[in-house]
Design a protein around this ligand. Structure first.
Ligand SMILES: Cc1cc2nc3c(=O)[nH]c(=O)nc-3n(C[C@H](O)[C@H](O)[C@H](O)COP(=O)(O)O)c2cc1C
Length: 260
């Protein structure tokens, strides 16, 4: 029987134990995504705590994404040395690290937020490329992997939700069309940054009437598996479900996770 303190080898990822620190936004990066000593201290302490893998707080793939303040970014090559240092600090504790790549929202050149349905097909391709380019930078920094953030109603989570996406192009309509953005990002990363472990965080359900439900989320997970995703982190809703009580109704994604 395996236990959580045993090492494990997943695709492109060897970790000393099975404990994973889930992505947690610190909100302390500079507006351009630069990070400094305060960020290094947090991650050093986390790594010294003994966890096998740290997934970073959400890291925007866009320079002009103002969805949250203080977001880390991998949107520009000039940031690579700072994030390389972050990786080195974590690796020094024999801890693996995965950069969580996210887009909060897409802003046009006048810095106005563009809704999922008003983006041109070309804009969507631009977003796919932003994710792939950020993953290439993550690989150059030495990250062991990247996590595509498709949960919590961030851009990708909204984009795959039938409640929100009413597009009529190749990126809207059927489940396969709405999921195409994820598959194109995944395939692009696998082609361009082949050393990375590529994981995705996805809503098992939006827990919202008319939104992504478990059956459709599972279908998308199967498409991702067929396209070579290395692992899947199951989440849901905005960040979690309300009304959860210790020892009463914890582990509320367990049934969905077991489907895989
Ligand atoms: C302060 C704080 C910051 C968080 N930042 C992120 C984040 O950057 N990315 C993310 O995917 N989830 C983030 N989360 C959500 C957690 O990673 C996790 O998904 C959530 O606590 C619920 O756990 P669950 O996914 O098992 O429901 C954050 C949660 C908290 C409390």
């Amino acid at each position: 029987m395996k236990n959580i303190f045993e090492s494990v080898e997943l695709n492109n990822l060897r970790v000393k134990n099975r404990l994973v620190r889930s992505a947690t936004w610190e909100g302390i990066a500079a507006p351009d995504g630069s990070i400094g000593e305060d960020t290094y201290e947090i991650y050093c302490e986390l790594a010294k705590g003994g966890v096998g893998t740290i997934i970073t707080g959400f890291t925007s793939v866009a320079t002009n994404d103002f969805y949250f303040g203080g977001m880390m970014r991998l949107s520009d090559n000039k940031l690579i040395p700072q994030y390389k240092k972050l990786v080195e600090i974590i690796h020094a504790e024999d801890c693996a690290t995965i950069s969580q790549l996210a887009l909060g929202a897409f802003y046009d050149k006048n810095l106005v937020e563009v809704s999922e349905n008003n983006l041109s097909t070309e804009n969507v391709r631009e977003i796919i490329k932003m994710f792939i380019d950020a993953a290439i930078r993550a690989e150059l920094c030495g990250f062991d992997g990247v996590q595509i953030h498709a949960a919590h109603f961030f851009f990708l989570s909204r984009f795959i939700s039938p409640l929100i996406n009413h597009r009529t192009d190749e990126f809207g309509g059927s489940t396969a069309n709405r999921a195409k953005i994820l598959l194109d990002i995944l395939r692009g990363i696998k082609n361009s940054a082949p050393k990375l472990h590529v994981t995705i965080k996805i809503n098992s359900s939006d827990f919202t009437s008319g939104g992504l439900d478990e059956a459709e989320s599972f279908l998308i997970c199967k498409m991702l598996a067929a396209a070579g995703i290395d692992s899947i982190e199951v989440s849901g809703n905005g960040t979690s479900v309300g009304g959860i009580k210790a020892g009463v109704n914890e582990g509320y994604f367990a049934n969905f996770a077991a489907l895989g």
